[in-house]
Design a protein. Structure first.
Length: 540
């Protein structure tokens, strides 16, 4: 067989050596000693190997990858000159989480077979990408594309790997140079590649040739509709995605140990999976956004920025992305950014709040501690005597005028005793003097809403600059008041999001429980302002 590879190019086996000093030498040695093998491959071995391989393929097509493994292993043992069993064995090992075994089997296949193996190189590219070796994976994909495929499966696999790197032109070049460009799955890849390159005529021609019932036909149909309407999918990147979430094999891989899961969060592979989840179902973003939140890979930041600055998904999703960027330190707290919201670009302030249950406000004088705690306990009674309680707080204030939580509780007792103006005056002074004290701000917002001063309430809500950290109870109090305010102005999306966060934090709070009963079945159609949909970060 003619060897037309550049001897000084990287070896296709992925060893990192030059081809001349790696597999070219091994091939030469093997060609010279083939007659001296201990066991000759006879026709019966080949036929039996094909039978065993066919059995493995049946299981593989049914998604029974564990059951397929022994069949491929037996087929490979019958004849190592044929690489198909090794390729499928390696892929099944990978899908079932046996990554190191998969790589070993695949590299051994390069040594055992003299034939070009683009499918195997594409396999190796996938394995390396999963392990975080993006450069090695890209190089393996390039080597795979450089070999002439012997069947349509190899072309499909190479196109799949090129699609993971968004190498649209290379997909078309590889498919067109092969003998299998008319295969429906290959046509899907070339059609999507053409769409991504702006060649709508080629995209329409290729995608329209997918037969009904082909597993990619359902994905191709909306693309054809977009091409006919001269529109495009509303995706995270405003592109035409190739892969569905299930084509990342993540559900099985995540079933491994915790160490594997933690390692995955540092890799591009999981970011791409999260993006595929978002594109496939923009109305169910919880899992994808959690992955992007926990991911340590820089591409996670890129995806969050694309969401925040673009028009993909709901307003709520864009604001959540902004909050996650603030949490990751990519946005300065309180920084004003332009976000597409309510069908237009608006400027919003972004915040990330650290919740610290150990935080205290002010220093309580030891001399009032017992009496103060007793008044707080009396205030929680269903039959609280607010006149007596407010008198008790007033008496303590004479002894500790600088302890501002005492002033706050005094104001609340006055409000419950229907001394609203005096209570409001105290709350306003607390908001001015201690803007980090969200209890006071929340109560003032309540008073403004209940007295129908909604414009003033809106100004208070907009002026709220969140502290770097606050007590969880203070934040819940603010979210409750914010929900009531949003209800009053008809901002249903904001109201729902606020009480949803509060419910996640403190479902036993009676005010939260009451509001959540009203809102839990709401189908969110609008979304919260970024400054109001603050991301929580628990501090221990």
């Amino acid at each position: 067989m003619r060897d037309d590879l550049d001897p000084y190019s990287p070896c296709y086996c992925g060893s990192g050596k030059k081809y001349r000093f790696c597999c070219q030498r091994k091939k030469s040695n093997r060609l010279g000693t083939a007659a001296n093998r201990e066991r000759k491959v006879v026709l019966s071995d080949i036929e039996e190997g094909e039978r065993l391989h066919a059995e493995g393929v049946k299981y593989m097509q049914q998604g029974q990858f564990e059951q397929a493994i022994p069949w491929f292993a037996k087929a490979l043992a019958m004849n190592r000159d044929v690489f198909n069993p090794a390729n499928n064995l390696a892929l099944c090992l990978f899908i079932t989480g046996k990554i190191k075994e998969a790589i070993h089997v695949q590299k051994q296949a390069f040594e055992d077979s003299l034939l070009p193996n683009p499918f195997g190189l594409a396999n190796l590219s996938l394995f390396l990408l999963f392990l975080g070796d993006e450069q090695g994976a890209d190089e393996a994909a390039s080597l795979a594309a450089g070999h002439k495929a012997l069947n349509e499966d190899a072309v499909i696999k190479v196109c799949e790997m090129l699609s993971r790197f968004r190498r649209h032109s290379d997909i078309i070049e590889t498919a067109d140079a092969s003998d299998f460009g008319s295969d429906p799955h290959v046509l899907f890849y070339t059609g999507v590649a053409a769409a991504n390159l702006g060649n709508r005529d080629r995209a329409r021609a290729d995608l329209s040739r997918l037969p009904i019932g082909h597993f990619k036909a359902a994905q191709a149909q909306p693309y054809l509709q977009h091409l006919q309407n001269n529109t495009q999918p509303n995706t995270v990147r405003q592109d035409w995605p190739y892969l569905l979430p299930e084509e990342f094999y993540v559900s099985r891989l995540l079933a491994k140990d915790d160490a594997t899961k933690i390692a995955l969060l540092s890799r591009r592979y999981m970011v791409d999976f999260a993006e595929a989840l978002l594109n496939a179902n923009p109305d169910d973003t919880q899992v994808a956004m959690k992955l992007l939140e926990e991911s340590k890979h820089p591409e996670a930041t890129v995806v969050l920025q694309l969401i925040m600055k673009g028009s993909f998904g709901s307003d709520q999703l864009r604001c959540q992305a902004a909050s996650l960027l603030a949490q990751k330190g990519e946005i300065k707290p309180g920084e004003e950014l332009e976000i597409f919201r309510n069908e237009k670009n608006t400027k919003e302030k972004i915040f990330a709040v650290c919740l610290n249950p150990a935080i205290t406000y002010g220093e309580m004088p030891p001399g009032i501690a017992t009496r103060y705690k007793q008044l707080v306990r009396f205030s929680g009674s269903y039959f609280a005597d607010w006149e007596k309680i407010s008198a008790g707080y007033h008496e303590l204030l004479l002894e500790a005028p600088d302890f501002f939580p005492l002033r706050y509780n005094y104001a609340i007792s006055l409000a419950n005793y229907e001394q609203n103006q005096e209570a409001e005056n105290i709350l306003r002074s607390l908001v001015a003097e201690h803007p980090e004290y969200l209890f006071a701000r929340a109560s003032l917002l309540n008073i403004l809403v209940h007295t129908k001063r909604l414009e003033e309430a809106e100004q208070l809500a907009k002026r709220t600059d969140f502290p770097k950290e606050t007590h969880p109870d203070a934040y819940v109090a603010w979210l409750i008041s914010l929900t009531v305010f949003c209800e009053a102005i008809g901002a249903k999306g904001e109201a729902f999001q606020s009480i949803k966060v509060a419910q996640e934090m403190d479902q036993d709070n009676p005010n939260v429980a009451w509001l959540w009963r009203k809102w839990k079945n709401y189908k969110d159609k609008t979304a919260p302002a970024a400054g109001l949909a603050t991301k929580r970060q628990n501090k221990k």
